[in-house]
Design a protein around this ligand. Structure first.
Ligand SMILES: Cc1cc2nc3c(=O)[nH]c(=O)nc-3n(C[C@H](O)[C@H](O)[C@H](O)COP(=O)(O)O)c2cc1C
Length: 451
């Protein structure tokens, strides 16, 4: 049984601003990916439909090219391809280049469905929505030869011959249509094959890194994704200074309690609350930013935190490890000067990013009832929550000592629970609070107010 894949790739990609067939999808062009996917799934031949005068495709594609006049619809491309099919072709797959990152497994599943008795059209679903690639028997596909017939008409003509299969691939319904789609696709291709939620459960802070640098375009992409975090009243009051220079990272480390992982990681991202742009906007329109406002300080700080957590998650999703660095608030004025921060901008926390060289025992978290309350806060759960947090802390210490020989080279107390640690860290005499005793004054010097 000969199966032929038809790949409509004739559009100009006007919304994308580029020819979609030639988009770079993590090292291979979109058309190369589609052809490889079709071949992997057993297509005997791949017919790519291009418009006359379109840019050349990569050399050595295992595919034939059919051309059509510019400006036609997808159905025109399919009709042109239909005319080029040999008589021995029994199955057709329509695989638009817009769906280039649909995996071969999805196509295999669709083809297996098509081979069931009575099936004339097989298509994949994502969350109930039909998508591409669409597989058809030759007899059904030939209906597209009728003038003015659309692929949609062929699929809908007789529902009894259509079979669908649920897939886990959002790319069956998501086109590569606009630059944002391309960014999402490239990120997905770099990402690990588990969900965002699964990724959240896998979080651990990493404090040792391999020296491998992170390419600037990768950082740009992660920051670009992270900055789509929600932002209070659209103030976008955040910024990040990415420090990759080793000498500068050493200077940053000195100001952040000498933490070795800042020097070791290839990247230190200084996550800033930034009212400077709003100050500039006010200046442009003849007003002055109310930077003394506690509310505005909080809004900017929350914006920075949301961006920072998004950045951490994006980096983790692509296999990097991170550790946030609150010690960036030890010397905020000096750190601000080192990073050239303008007035009304401070580093809320830093973040080391790199390929992890350690494998820390996950810390887990306190029992869920300490965080999740239904309808109203339930204080009755707190004693049990503290007991659970103690147990979790002790279990983490036991595992860390047994499996990693301790933490940061030293054994961890297996008897001290979480509550006692908090009582020491934040009770009567807090070394953390002492270390930041001048923080409020320093924030004022940096152009923030707490009034
Ligand atoms: C805002 C913030 C600042 C932090 N500062 C530091 C720091 O300066 N140094 C460090 O090694 N870890 C720092 N951490 C990491 C925490 O210690 C870590 O998240 C916590 O112990 C839980 O461990 P886990 O992230 O491995 O689950 C910070 C975390 C946050 C959220």
């Amino acid at each position: 049984m000969r199966t032929v894949a038809i790949v409509p790739a004739a559009g100009r990609g006007e919304r994308m601003g580029a020819d979609k067939a030639l988009l770079d999808l993590a090292g291979a062009t979109a058309i190369e990916r589609v052809v490889a996917t079709c071949r992997d799934a057993g297509a005997a031949d791949v017919l790519i439909v291009r418009r006359d005068g379109a840019p050349s495709l990569p050399a050595n594609l295992a595919a034939r090219v059919v051309t059509v006049p510019p400006g036609g619809e997808m159905a025109d491309s399919l009709r042109a391809a239909a005319a080029a099919l040999g008589p021995d072709v029994a199955e057709i797959v329509v695989f638009p280049v817009d769906h280039a990152i649909v995996p071969a497994e999805t196509l295999l599943a669709v083809l297996a469905l098509l081979r069931r008795p009575g099936c004339g059209v097989a298509l994949p679903l994502f969350r109930g929505r039909p998508g591409h690639p669409v597989a058809m028997t030759r007899a059904v596909f030939d209906e597209i030869r009728r003038p003015d017939a659309l692929l949609r008409d062929v699929v809908r003509a007789d529902r009894s011959r259509v079979l669908t299969i649920a897939t886990g691939s959002p790319w069956v319904v998501a086109d590569l249509d606009r630059p944002d789609d391309l960014r999402a696709a490239v990120s997905a291709l770099h990402g690990e094959p588990w969900s965002t939620v699964a990724q959240m459960f896998r979080h651990r802070s990493h404090r040792s890194y391999r020296p491998d640098p992170i390419a600037a375009p990768t950082i740009e992409r992660l920051v670009d994704a992270a900055r789509h975090a929600s932002t209070s009243s659209f103030i976008q009051a955040n910024a990040v200074v990415v420090v990759s220079d080793a000498k500068r990272r050493a200077d940053v480390a000195r100001l952040c309690g000498g933490q070795a992982h800042i020097t070791e990681a290839p990247v230190f991202a200084a996550v800033c609350a930034d009212l400077h742009k709003i100050a500039a906007a006010c200046g442009r329109h003849g007003t002055a930013v109310q930077a003394q406002s506690l509310e505005l300080f909080l809004q900017a700080t929350v914006d920075a935190a949301l961006f920072g957590q998004n950045l951490a998650l994006a980096a983790e999703a692509e296999g990097f490890g991170v550790c946030m660095i609150g010690a960036a608030r030890n010397h905020p004025v000096e750190l601000g000067a080192l990073l050239g921060l303008p007035p009304h901008c401070y580093v809320v926390f830093g973040m080391t990013i790199g390929v992890p060289a350690d494998d820390p025992v996950p810390r887990g978290r306190m029992p869920l009832p300490g965080i999740l309350h239904w309808d109203r806060y339930d204080t009755n759960t707190i004693p049990a929550v503290l007991d659970g947090a103690d147990d979790g802390m002790r279990a983490w210490a036991r595992r860390t000592n047994a499996e990693r020989g301790g933490y940061a080279g030293k054994p961890v107390s297996e008897s001290k629970g979480w509550a006692e640690r908090m009582a020491i860290a934040w009770g009567a005499s807090s070394s953390y609070a002492r270390a930041r005793a001048t923080l409020a004054d320093e924030l004022r010097r940096l152009g923030f107010g707490l009034d």
